[in-house]
Design a protein around this ligand. Structure first.
Ligand code: 5GP
Ligand code: 5GP
Length: 230
């Protein structure tokens, strides 16, 4: 009897445990999003150079890089569902705005679809439990509209003129205007100067609004960074 009970216990443990683990590490689970925008001047003036999209030189404005599901511990899920490939027909009503607000600068030149496809497959598929493909792109476009990063900076006298600005003044002006603390990522121009490359803002799990970041990415800019023209 004891042996029978023990083996029943063991069998039930073997059945239950895997489902408990797969539920807690489900790749669709996430805590918040990073909404990441890139300064095109800083993508283009590096040693690697850039290519303008087929539709021509984008506006001198921040462009969307991505909307990235993240965990509070700083790690993140990626490429969560290869059964849901990018399908541009689901966002045909958004394409005009996408070309304007989410332009691609990688070489060779393209329409942007390869960039959007990459972002959907790597990041978007990890938030499918909350928003579908159309909502994913719509959410990013809405956030771009709402945040107006360039406006926040220029209002504080910080212009894309190739001059240097303190990292603190950049952060403060964004916080002042948008209400939330941004994370600033730098890269290096062709001569090795540290410059304003990307700005991260955090968004709640439902994609409906900005929040203070539960955790910031790693990396460091100098105390003074360049804001190149585009
Ligand atoms: P890098 O290593 O150049 O900073 O990032 C390369 C890519 O990894 C990013 O474009 C993005 O797709 C992903 N990535 C980097 N850091 C993060 C992060 O903190 N959260 C998420 N969700 N993705 C990240
Ligand atoms: P992530 O760094 O988000 O994982 O990957 C970005 C991918 O999208 C890279 O393969 C990169 O070549 C491509 N890509 C296409 N256009 C752009 C762009 O304008 N900016 C960035 N950062 N990546 C782009």
């Amino acid at each position: 009897m004891k042996i029978l009970l023990a083996s029943l216990c063991l069998i039930s443990l073997l059945v239950i445990l895997p489902s408990v683990f797969s539920a807690s590490s489900s790749s669709e689970d996430f805590d918040f999003f990073y909404f990441v925008q890139q300064w095109p001047g800083s993508y283009c003036d590096t040693q690697k150079k850039c290519c303008y999209p087929n539709s021509g030189k984008p506006a001198a404005d921040f462009g969307i890089h991505g909307l990235w599901p993240n965990y509070k511990d700083g790690t993140y899920p990626s490429s969560c569902d290869d059964s849901k490939p990018f399908d541009s027909s689901t966002i045909s009503d958004l394409l005009t705005s996408m070309k304007k607000s989410w332009p691609t600068l990688a070489c060779p030149s393209g329409s942007g679809e390869a960039f959007w496809e990459h972002e959907w497959e790597k990041h978007g598929t990890c938030s499918e439990s909350v928003i579908d493909q159309h909502e994913y792109f719509q959410t990013a476009l809405n956030l771009k509209q709402k945040t107006n990063l360039l406006g926040a900076l220029t209002k504080a006298g910080i212009n894309p003129d190739g001059k240097s600005y303190s990292l603190e003044s950049i952060r403060d002006s964004i916080k002042e205007s948008i209400g939330f603390t941004p994370w600033v990522e730098c890269n290096r121009d062709g001569s090795g100067n540290s410059q304003l490359y990307q700005v991260y803002l955090c968004v709640d799990r439902s994609g409906s609004g900005l929040i203070e970041c539960p955790v910031f990415p790693h990396g460091k800019c100098g105390a003074e960074i360049e804001f190149p023209s585009f």
